[in-house]
Design a protein around this ligand. Sequence first.
Ligand code: DLL
Length: 435
Amino acid sequence: MFQPQYEAMPAGELGELQLSRLRTVLERVYANVGHYRRSFHEAGFRPDQLTTLDDLRRVPFTVKDDLRRGYPFGMFAAPLHDIVRVHSSSGTTGQITVVGYTRGDIERWSDLMARTFVCAGATADDIVQVTYGYGLFTGGLGAHYGSERLGAMTVPISGGNTARQVQVLRDFGVTVLACTPSYALLIAETARELGVDMRSLPLRVGVFGAEPWSEAMRTQVEGALGITAIDIYGLSEVMGPGVAAECLHKTGLHIFEDHFLVEIIDPDTLEPVAEGERGEVVFTTLTKEGIPVIRYRTRDISRIIPGQCACGRTMRRMERVTGRTDDMLIIRGVNVYPSQIEQVLMGVPGVAPHYQVVLTKRRSMDQVEVHVEVGPDIRFDEIRALEGLQKTVSAAIASALAVSVKVKLVEPKSIQRSEGKAKRVVDLRSEGANQ
Ligand code: DLL
């Protein structure tokens, strides 16, 4: 553990720490952020009325639109003079939102990312290749500061130029790779083409996150690179990476609860779900100064895994995030996440782990088509083999997800590879695809 005094804190002590930190952060936003002052007033709540953690339920939720309305700096709780860094969310679902960090925030973030690396088994003796993008995205610099805080040799290569990534992995004897899981697959594919046997290199661990990925994808990447792949989670509004991470037991992601208070709610009723049930993850930051968020609705779906982890960390674990409420497809009444489709595809021999879910509209009805690449062993001109494979994929999806979708096999390499977050859903419903 990197900070055992916190990571293995008894639950009672953790609760006390959270309560005192919660009071401080509520006072901070009440005093400094117009949005919170107004929303607390409307709810008839004052920070000095907080006596238990449950009292937080009297405070309204914060949503992405609240942050957008404050664009760029309106939600900051510290004077701009004290802000030493800004990042922003990726903006894939609308206008970007800006987050600001004080010097203290950067310190704590570095610690939490060092914790993340230690969760993955990394030490100061490791060589860490940071392939998350550097820039406004939190992945690159977040991982960079954490790796340096750990004392590891840090290679700040950022994303892109995949052949160069392979060369550096090999020549520098890199032992830890930090990137998105989909980019890890592209690195594996590129290494194969370059004749580099990744499995014979010193690379040992992957610290992968920033997008949903399935357990089957983990097996693929681990096999292709000859590593242990660890899932790490975070979001820029809450801090960036370093909010939760798997340890080597790989039984859920430890939430760093001394800094983030977690709630799981039913996204329709907004009430807490029963313990261990799945729902939308809501975070309150307990120690951030630049832009604390109170009851922030992430739109990510997960659940708290009951029980203790064998690693000795007492921080509770969340299940891997299967998807976001806004990525959820409703196919003839059945809720489906792209990552569930991924899980099925990866279990079918003959298809490659590259896919996209394409949405179109026909006579005002939504159509869902899964495009998946055939693997290198299947000849694309063998009609019969393709027909058989298509039937197998369709049947596997129908049996696993209880809904049938149209499957289209596409040629190897025809699905665009990503150097960051993969685009799994292509929505053509409002384009010329309407028929
Ligand atoms: O993706 C921060 C990050 C960087 C996390 C590097 C991990 C590693 P955003 O760009 O704001 O921040 O996107 C946050 O990405 O709400 C989830 O929907 C998704 N996400 C992040 N990590 C995971 C994960 C970064 N391990 C959004 N599994 C979040 C599934 C993830 N989804």
